[in-house]
Design a protein around this ligand. Structure first.
Ligand SMILES: Nc1ncnc2c1ncn2[C@@H]1O[C@H](COP(=O)(O)OP(=O)(O)OP(=O)(O)O)[C@@H](O)[C@H]1O
Ligand SMILES: [Mg+2]
Length: 171
């Protein structure tokens, strides 16, 4: 390990699990800079959402945000500061890809898998839609929730054994 090596904290998990809540807390704890892809999506493409939004519209735009976030995050790591990245990372291949980029840049990766039971997550998202608290970026409709649910690839035990596993306290 060289002295210039910093850590990229990579947050992932299913919809409504508490990822953004956790990422905000972690960024404060590690004195890191946090990036949330949902906030970037909302800021950059929120006004352009088509009437019939589907994954084929969302995913290329998420990919553009991820690329740009990584470009800036890499510079931040280079200044000696940790980053906390909430990039979606719905598929194992996405997680492997960002891990390779971080390591290629000479830094370390720490995965944080944030999870909660399905009924709790559904309830949290509905409440967040109406309360619009500090982790709200946009309404997550029941249709979007289900689409994300089927797209999300849960980590296997072997993937988790390499991750830092975060157990979000249940209500
Ligand atoms: N541990 C917790 N206990 C109770 N409520 C929580 C907990 N973590 C988050 N919440 C609440 O649940 C809602 C969803 O949390 P959050 O926005 O952090 O989830 P998320 O995983 O980022 O969701 P998304 O996948 O939509 O980005 C928020 O209203 C938040 O305040
Ligand atoms: Mg979030």
């Amino acid at each position: 390990m060289n002295n210039d090596q910093r850590t990229a904290h990579l947050i992932y998990g299913p919809t409504g699990a508490g990822k953004t809540t956790f990422a905000r807390k972690l960024a404060t704890e590690v004195n890191g800079v946090r990036f949330g892809v949902d906030e970037w999506m909302h800021a950059l493409f929120g006004d352009d959402v088509p009437e019939r939004m589907d994954m084929s519209w969302v995913m290329p735009r998420v990919a553009r945000c991820q690329t740009q976030i990584w470009s800036v995050a890499q510079q931040i790591l280079g200044t000696g500061t940790d980053v906390v990245l909430e990039l979606g990372l719905l598929r194992k291949v996405d997680r492997d890809s960002i891990k390779a980029k971080v390591e290629q840049a000479g830094h370390g990766v720490l995965f944080h898998f944030v999870d909660a039971q399905l009924p709790i997550r559904r309830q949290r998202v509905l409440r967040r839609n109406s309360e619009r608290g500090e982790t709200y970026s946009f309404d997550v409709t029941p249709g979007m929730f289900e689409a994300m649910e089927s797209y999300f690839e849960r980590p296997t035990e072997s993937e988790l054994s390499g991750s830092h596993l975060v157990r979000v306290p249940q209500e």
